[in-house]
Design a protein around this ligand. Structure first.
Ligand code: ZN
Length: 399
């Protein structure tokens, strides 16, 4: 099975790179073009003329104009960030360029020549909005006035850190906006917070989760389970593990196994953990949330209860634990969990002092199964699952 998967993966990669390269395989009548100048300075790659169309080296021109250029291998996508704050996207071999989300179509596609991407001259004008483009028999001269007002200084601050590994070029505008909004934060703080989604209000621009059955799924006020999502791989817990109120308590396969192991280990230490809540269906969560809104108001409900689709309990990977010895935070069971939960792959999901990241009030009773490896890192680094996700799981594909 693994071998088959590896074969499929290899063929995907092969096909992708083939799409990238295929443009250069076409038969072109190519001749060397003009010297390219930007504001009087020569760019060290000349343009080329293919079938009477003028092409300029994309990266060289963009960089000369002060833009930063990134590349994503998966789809051969070039992403450039300009000094004007524009985000320019282009897939090598296509005739489309997207400037700040707005799509512009051209007659000729870009081509690969000698390992570099060349774009037709009209794409340059559309993308970097120069003030003048002059041709004569020997040279191509691009001119652009470079402004340096307050907004450009802000953009410069952001571009200055665009080489750091946690900088996501596709979040360029969000970094700029948040830097404007929070001028006292360092750029690293701005990037850290935007990467956690904190530039948006909770539930604003929520993203639907693409792989809801992934063990490391992040479900919070920014990431929503798809509508109608249901967990199927559920195991019913024995009554001795629960508050035993006649209700059924279910957890997802491996989360169940590790929970039982953990509960048994605590029992050996003379403790008794009782499950108070485990798997919940979407409908159950909806009723729970609506009841909370009705009885305590929306603000309070949002602090303690998740909106439907946003609850970890719907994955079967989260569990609320109680003890018969009073307020959970002060029980020996809680103390034991603080010390040992990570050994079984469980983490305290909503810790004290991290409400601004998790979006929830401190919940000493709510634990999430993430597997032993992730739990160990989260425990040792003292971070939330959101921070772990941004640091270790989120993929930064643009290089
Ligand atoms: Zn809970």
């Amino acid at each position: 099975m693994k071998k088959l998967l590896a074969m499929i993966m290899t063929s995907i990669i092969f096909v992708t790179s083939l799409t990238c390269v295929s443009v250069s395989c076409q038969e072109f009548e190519t001749r060397l073009g003009f010297v390219v100048e930007f504001n009087g300075e020569t760019i060290d790659s000349a343009s080329v003329i293919i079938n009477n169309t003028h092409y300029v080296p994309l990266r060289k021109v963009f960089e000369k104009m002060g833009a930063y250029v990134f590349y994503r291998n998966r789809d051969c996508q070039v992403l450039a960030l300009s000094r004007d704050g524009d985000t320019i996207r282009h897939i090598v071999g296509s005739n489309i360029i997207i400037v700040n989300g707005e799509q512009k179509e051209f007659e000729n596609p870009s081509v690969l020549e000698n390992g570099g991407t060349y774009i037709p001259i009209e794409m340059v004008s559309a993308a970097l909005n120069p003030d003048r483009i002059l041709y004569d028999n020997q040279q191509l001269n691009i001119q652009k006035y470079l402004f340096n007002n307050n907004y450009h200084k802000i953009i410069k601050d952001v571009l200055d850190v665009c080489g750091s590994s946690n900088f996501y070029p596709e979040r360029f505008q969000r970094y700029i906006d948040y830097h404007v909004k929070m001028p006292d934060y360092s750029m690293q703080e701005v990037i850290f917070r935007v990467n956690l989604g904190l530039d948006y209000s909770f539930y604003e621009n929520a993203t639907t989760i693409e792989q809801p059955y992934d063990l490391l799924v992040l479900v919070n006020k920014y990431f929503k389970l798809p509508e109608g999502y249901e967990q199927y791989n559920l195991v019913k817990m024995g009554r001795e593990y629960t508050v035993n109120d006649g209700k059924q308590y279910l957890l997802a396969g491996v989360a169940y196994e590790k929970y039982i192991e953990m509960s048994d280990a605590a029992k050996k230490d003379g403790l008794s953990m009782k499950v108070l809540s485990a798997y919940r269906t979407e409908n159950y969560q909806r009723n729970l949330y609506n009841n909370k809104v009705r009885t305590t108001g929306k603000v309070n409900a949002d602090n303690y209860s998740a909106r439907p689709g946003h609850s970890e309990h719907q994955t079967g990977l989260a569990v609320d634990i109680s003890s018969t010895k009073g307020t959970f935070e002060y029980t020996p069971e809680f103390k034991w969990l603080q010390k040992h939960a990570h050994e079984y792959g469980y983490i305290l999901r909503y810790p004290k002092g991290k409400e601004w990241i998790t979006g929830y009030s401190y919940e000493p009773w709510h634990y999430r199964y993430v597997g032993v490896d992730a739990a160990k890192i989260i425990y040792e680094e003292g971070i939330t699952y959101e921070e772990y996700y941004a640091k270790y799981i989120s993929q930064n594909e643009f290089r």
